[in-house]
Design a protein around this ligand. Structure first.
Ligand SMILES: Nc1ncnc2c1ncn2[C@@H]1O[C@H](COP(=O)(O)OP(=O)(O)OP(=O)(O)O)[C@@H](O)[C@H]1O
Ligand SMILES: [Zn+2]
Length: 570
């Protein structure tokens, strides 16, 4: 049994996530976690809300709430929606947890002791109108790199370049709009990433088979321009992890907090501690400490492309720089972007379909199937309502749903609600079993390699093979001449439904549960031996005909949704 540590990029707290966020991080992570559990491996799947930083402060101010209260409420909202999508986190933590605060301060202290943090006296944008410094998203202006007019103080959303507020052209305060900004002297801490460039590059070169998207972004930040730069890790804000050196005060850093991108990835570790403290596990160190058993853990991270620099460089710099035996990531699965109907999904502009709205429209399996089978892997992808309607109607309703319905109803009408005896598998069945044996190997290969679209295509082909078999074996015709022959066809077909329940579970877990219940199965064991698995349901085993698995999306409905979600969320 292998051990898999799996983390999804932690969703930011300032609102409900859209379908792009979901497919770019949490959903494929859940797919992989469910698959590895299905194969019988031990999995620790962690996610959390990312709660610090300026956008949380801004969102709380807009909601008229204290920021801690706002974050607590939004965490619960996100946790509930995650359940709605059946995201099977072992723990859904919070980056504002005491565990993360302590661990973040610990890392800063160790890095300082090892000479990897320098104190810099620098000038920062100060707004007399607002009476405060303007870090990160408190300031916007024109990107010096690409000319985008709403670049933020920490990163340009258009070209993804990491910025400092002082780099912006024509900057203004996003709180008051004030442009009468002045530069004031303040002291900050910098992580000396530049001194670790060679070590980081060497480490990245040892990582095998990483997606090109992951390594190309990492290499770009390592080598473009003057190479990897030191990174400011503190901010003049109230909301965040107070700057401390371990347990000790940090002279000159009073009233400052760590930058959100310093503490957010550390939450991956703290989240495992929260998992233990919540009584759900009894040892986090065997997942995270290589001196406590984590050496044989395979650690996989999931994220959208804008998160890659922090996971390939900044967080590994924190871990490697500490000199302590923390587990480093083995595989980083990154995604391009999902777009929405000819434009971008946007939380700030409320554009697209958001997770709560999606669940109001259709059950989660419809969304899970479409999103995963169209995951933006090799390039950006686009959600359109036409494509959604077509895929749901074809793959889920016509192929899988129809197969299950035809088989169970035919069996009920001719043999009753139990697996018929009689007849035996012949050449048609042997051919199908041979085809499915190959397809199963391919499916597992794609799942192991986290090739999400290819895995979905293979699963669809496995469903379609059943339909084609049923169509050509035609038990309804055979029944008149040779009821035993019809019995054998139906028996195999019922076993196919059982197979589909197991193999489809990572993609569409609710449907899988419905099938499991209809066939009265105690568990869903992975088909390590396919011929055996297709004989698992023995004659006499009873079942019930499930309700229609998927309903078709009608044109009028699709048009309604298209109109309803064409504007911006209020
Ligand atoms: N359109 C998208 N398609 C795929 N992944 C995305 C998309 N937008 C964001 N992501 C990913 O979603 C995850 C969670 O994102 P996060 O909560 O930080 O929001 P974000 O990146 O600020 O997005 P937005 O600005 O749209 O709110 C991250 O891994 C991010 O890379
Ligand atoms: Zn730019």
């Amino acid at each position: 049994m292998a051990r898999h540590l799996i983390t999804s990029a932690i969703p930011y707290i300032n609102g409900i996530k859209h379908l792009g966020n979901l497919v770019g991080s949490q959903l494929p992570a859940d797919l992989f976690a469910r698959y590895q559990r299905g194969r019988g491996h031990e999995v620790l799947f962690l996610c959390a809300t990312d709660e610090h930083g300026t956008p949380a402060e801004l969102a709380a101010a807009k909601a008229g709430q204290p920021v801690a209260e706002y974050c607590a409420e939004m965490h619960d909202v996100q946790a509930k929606i995650a359940q709605g999508f059946r995201l099977s986190f072992d723990h859904f933590g919070r980056s504002s947890s005491p565990q993360n605060q302590k661990l973040t301060q610990h890392f800063a202290g160790v890095l300082a002791d090892r000479g990897l943090i320098r104190e810099v006296s620098e000038t920062q944008m100060y707004s007399p109108t607002d009476g405060r410094y303007l870090p990160d998203r408190y300031i916007e202006g024109t990107c010096p790199n690409c000319g985008f007019e709403s670049a933020r103080g920490d990163q340009c959303d258009n070209c993804t370049k990491q910025l400092d507020p002082v780099d912006l052209i024509n900057p203004h305060s996003t709180i008051s709009g004030a442009t009468d900004l002045e530069m004031r002297e303040t002291k900050h801490l910098y992580l000396r990433q530049s001194t670790m460039k060679d070590e980081l590059e060497k480490w990245i070169d040892t990582r095998e088979g990483w997606p090109v998207l992951t390594t190309s972004i990492a290499k770009k930040w390592l080598n473009d321009g003057d190479g990897l730069q030191d990174r400011g890790i503190t901010r003049d804000l109230d909301w965040g992890v107070p700057v401390k050196k371990g347990d000790a005060d940090w002279p000159g850093m009073e009233g400052k907090v760590f930058y959100v991108w310093f503490d957010a990835p550390i939450e991956y570790i703290a989240c495992a501690q929260e998992w233990v403290d919540a009584g759900k596990g009894d040892d986090w160190s065997r997942w995270w400490r290589t001196d406590a058993g984590a050496e044989d853990v395979t650690y996989t991270q999931f994220m959208g492309k804008d998160n890659v620099p922090f996971h390939t460089l900044s967080f590994p710099a924190t871990i490697l720089g500490s000199g302590e035996p923390w587990k480093l990531v083995d595989y980083i699965k990154s995604f391009n972007y999902l777009n929405y109907e000819g434009g971008q999904f946007s939380t700030s502009r409320g554009r697209g379909v958001f997770m709560d709205q999606a669940l109001e429209v259709l059950p989660s399996d419809y969304w899970r199937w479409w999103l995963l089978s169209h995951a933006p892997e090799s390039s950006d992808a686009e959600f359109t309502w036409e494509n959604f309607q077509a895929s749901v109607n074809k793959d889920l309703s016509d192929v899988l749903g129809n197969f299950v319905s035809r088989v169970t109803k035919f069996c009920r009408s001719k043999f009753g609600e139990e697996v018929p005896a009689g007849g035996s598998y012949g050449p048609a069945e042997e051919a199908l079993i041979a085809e499915l044996t190959e397809r199963l190997t391919a499916y597992q290969g794609h799942m192991d390699a986290i090739e999400v679209r290819k895995a979905a295509a293979e699963l669809r082909a496995i469903w379609a093979a059943g339909n084609e078999y049923l169509q050509s074996a035609a038990p309804w015709a055979a029944f008149k001449e040779d009821p035993d022959r019809a019995a054998a066809i139906v028996r195999l077909s019922l076993n196919l439904i059982r197979l589909y329940a197991v193999l489809s579970a990572p993609f569409i877990p609710d449907t899988s549960d419905v099938l499991k219940e209809a066939l009265k199965l105690d568990s869903l064991d992975w088909p390590e031996d396919l011929p055996e698995a297709l004989n698992a349901l023995a004659p006499g085993a009873t079942f019930t005909v499930p309700e229609n698995l998927f309903r078709k999306i009608a044109d009028e409905e699709r048009e309604d949704w298209q109109a309803r979600f064409s504007g911006t969320r209020g």
